[in-house]
Design a protein around this ligand. Structure first.
Ligand SMILES: Nc1ncnc2c1ncn2[C@@H]1O[C@H](COP(=O)(O)OP(=O)(O)OP(=O)(O)O)[C@@H](O)[C@H]1O
Length: 223
């Protein structure tokens, strides 16, 4: 079976006067249905790695294949399309659009991909939110929701186009322990029951220990 995402000596150097190495020679393979933690000290390059894996940044050396496809020759349009269909993102801060309701926020990636008719998008957004315990809050705006609820909306949004891979950057980092546990349980369930692959940066070593595998980054390298 080929890996969902595979890198070979992935490297990202910022071309400053004194070049800054964010990620160095990272070789890894992430398979379907894996729940993977990315850990490491602050500033070690965890977010930079996630950005590369998520096609939000381009490596300066090395290769990355996603769904068996080499990302290198993809133009911006293909990268955007791959992001929309293959990847879901959850960040530490929810980045929901404040003027839209929970349901509309979840519909946005579906509208961008344009595979479903509008009524189906609306229905799917409602179902996703309900499955994450937000059935009562479909028409609320982010400022009418708690932090934990907002993050669950962000998870629902990441699932909008049913991507096989969810990338999460400290998804519970700004939540209290109860909401944190809820969001963790949702991510775990996505892997165990939903067949998704989840790669999550976390500072929480207890959480990392409950995941399938840990990729530890030190100074931009696997350590
Ligand atoms: N655009 C940039 N210009 C200069 N330095 C940068 C830039 N982006 C990131 N860095 C630096 O690169 C290093 C890696 O950053 P990154 O955010 O990937 O680390 P991290 O492990 O995710 O950190 P944290 O755990 O604190 O979120 C850090 O030292 C950061 O300050």
């Amino acid at each position: 079976m080929s890996a969902l995402i595979e890198t070979e000596k992935l490297t990202r150097v910022l071309p400053e006067t004194v070049p800054v190495t964010l990620v160095k020679d990272i070789t890894l393979a992430i398979n379907e249905r894996e729940f993977v933690a990315v850990t490491g000290p602050s500033g070690s390059g965890k977010s930079s790695l996630l950005y590369l894996l998520g096609l939000l940044d381009r490596p300066t050396a090395g290769t990355l294949t996603i769904g068996g496809r080499d990302a290198e020759p993809m133009n911006e349009r293909e990268r955007a399309r791959t992001r929309l269909s293959m990847l879901g993102f959850v960040f530490q801060f929810h980045f929901l659009l404040p003027e839209f309701t929970a349901r509309e926020n979840v519909e946005i990636p579906m509208r961008k991909l344009g595979r479903l008719a509008r009524p189906q998008m609306r229905e799917r957004a409602g179902e996703l939110l309900s499955s994450l315990g937000l059935g009562e809050h479909l028409d609320k705006r982010p400022d009418q929701l708690s932090g934990g609820q907002r993050q669950r909306v962000a998870v629902a949004r990441s699932l909008a186009n049913d991507p096989p891979l969810i990338l999460a950057d400290e998804p519970t980092g700004s939540l209290d322990s109860k909401s944190s546990e809820q969001v963790f349980a949702i991510l775990e369930n996505l892997v165990r029951e939903g067949g998704k692959t989840v790669v999550a940066v976390t500072h929480d070593l207890d959480m990392a220990a409950r995941m399938d595998r840990r990729i530890h980054i030190v100074d931009g390298k696997i350590g």
